[in-house]
Write a protein that binds this ligand. Sequence first.
Ligand SMILES: Nc1ncnc2c1ncn2[C@@H]1O[C@H](COP(=O)(O)OP(=O)(O)OP(=O)(O)O)[C@@H](O)[C@H]1O
Length: 686
Amino acid sequence: MQTRIDSAARGNGNVTSLVQAAADTDTQLADLRIIEQSHQRCLGYGIARHQNPDLDLLSAAELALALERNQALFGHARPVMETLYDQIRNTHNMVILADAEGTIIHTLGDKDFLVKADQVALGPGVHWSEQRRGTNAIGTALHEQKPTTVHAQEHYLNANHFLTCSSAPIFDHQGRVLGVLDVSGECGSYHKHTMALVRMSAQMIENHLFTSNFADCITLHFHSRPEFVGTLVEGIVSFTPGGRFLSANRSAQFQLGLSLAALQSHTFSSLFGMPVSMLFDHHQKAMPELMDLYLHSGVRIHARAELKLKEQHFQQARVAAAESQLSAPPTVRTPAQHGNAVSAQIGQGLAALDTGDARLHDIIAKLRKVLTRDIPIMIAGETGAGKEWLARAIHQDSSRNRAAAASGHAAPFVALNCSAIPESLIEAELFGYEEGAFTGARKKGGTGKILQAQGGTLFLDEIGDMPLSLQGRLLRVLQERAVTPLGSNRQLRVEFTLVCATNQPLREMVAQHRFREDLYYRLNGLQVKLPALRMRSDLAQLAQQMLAQECRDDAGAKQFDAQVQQLLLAYHWPGNLRQLANLVRTAVAMAGDESFIKAAHLPEDFLEDLGMAEPVYADAYLADEDAAHDATAVASTGMAATSMQQTELAAIRRALHAHQGNVTAAARTLGISRNTIYRRLKSSAR
Ligand SMILES: Nc1ncnc2c1ncn2[C@@H]1O[C@H](COP(=O)(O)OP(=O)(O)OP(=O)(O)O)[C@@H](O)[C@H]1O
């Protein structure tokens, strides 16, 4: 098989450079593994390598429909494609945009190469998924959901061996693939920088789409280096006018160290330790400079805020900002103060969590009995069941926090997720270190989490991931109530309440010698197991409470309609409270100005999990003889549909009819996704 490594070597013309190229490029070897796996899949699809290129393409009307469906993607991609093409003009290459199903919707290229590409149907209206065309950059990038180069014989079909193609997927603000950007050319024109150009262009399209997506919101553009703010690599996060998190681009997720799912429960102030009103103050300045903000990790970032808000929100915010200036001028919080900002905002004490479930009520009653004693608490429960929220509520009601509040300040709540930081860093994070304790240690040393929790609560999440080597040290701290920072021989006294959480079976880990038995018993003063959401009798109240909370800042009051109430109760909630909170947030956004949340506002994967989508619509279609009749009539008379939507719907009905209501087969014939079929049928039924 001729690979990119061959090409690189051929460039220098000797065997040594072949070996060198292979040895130097782990990345390329990883890419080749992807190609191998793709070839295996193609064998499974039953594609023959020698088969002639499938020249089937969408009709002009169908292509127009595909463009209409991908209007936003196309609109933002077109100017970027033009700039990209300017860079590669006259190199026997073309720039391609395909949609999320792999259908090419737009191309720009050198004429001579476009003619060659046409012979293998590399052009608008043709479907380039792996299932249809074997291993190829567009289809394989869609499958892998990451940038992919497919060169020469790495293509599965022999007919495509003359090509070299580099593709990068384009993601939307919810992390879903919207389409693929690709540069394809003759394999002799292979250049390893092509992929970098494609990736940067895809990122540019993503950033444009991201910022155009949210109206009436605040967008923060940031980077740890000021010169990168405003460039392709900047992080972008959007917030509602009230400061609730909406979305973040990939660079922002990377810099914040949090995934989109984890960010959903955050606000501007929980991320940056300052009220969102400070952005309004900043915005009022005639020539605002970049602001300095601090991330959880203590890293300083430089940021610029864009306020694309309705006038009413501006006014509310100006008043709020003025009030906050009168009471306490906003100050930049240091990382150490950050934890308190979060707890002050989220923590409402145990009473707020007692929403009617009997098991939870018993847990809260037990916890209240130990609040005044120094008994370590262990919280077990599935992911997203609310372990950290419970820990914060325990802290809020703890005697240490009450005593601190009585003297006018808040006791610290310090959290460390043992699974989220590399093993090698946990020791320094937890115990702290003196100046010069290890290579890379900060000048003034670092205060560990244990010392930061002095007089408050230390929350060790995912304690099962605490490395065995450190478990003994933690045990000593708990027994001696003193900590010795790395590189120091001073013992510092500490007093704190310890709360740990786990979703792993710690007792089994003890039996397997993966967790120290003595530490297990030391941590296990009181163990409580949070019930999974599907087991809770207060699910409906919780959902209502979240809905009320969600509508508080930005939208008017809303209610769930009767069907949605039933669906919420019927669901099995694998992601527990986190999933419910995210669903409520998305549904509120989808409902816009409507006052009822309806099934149509719920995420599709939720409806699919409930088995609602396929049987309902496919069966409904089959039962609807009239619809079938109409579809046949449209097919037989060739009657022109009056609008794009009707043409598309007619095509869907024809395909469903031909496949006896089998949605998957109809989707394959049309080259669209099953979800698109459901969506079209659903909207035509309204
Ligand atoms: N009592 C509650 N009321 C409203 N929302 C809640 C409540 N408890 C949890 N949540 C929501 O669920 C999300 C997840 O909660 P939390 O982080 O406490 O779960 P966890 O069990 O610690 O999760 P993990 O095991 O993944 O760390 C929160 O960010 C919040 O959005």
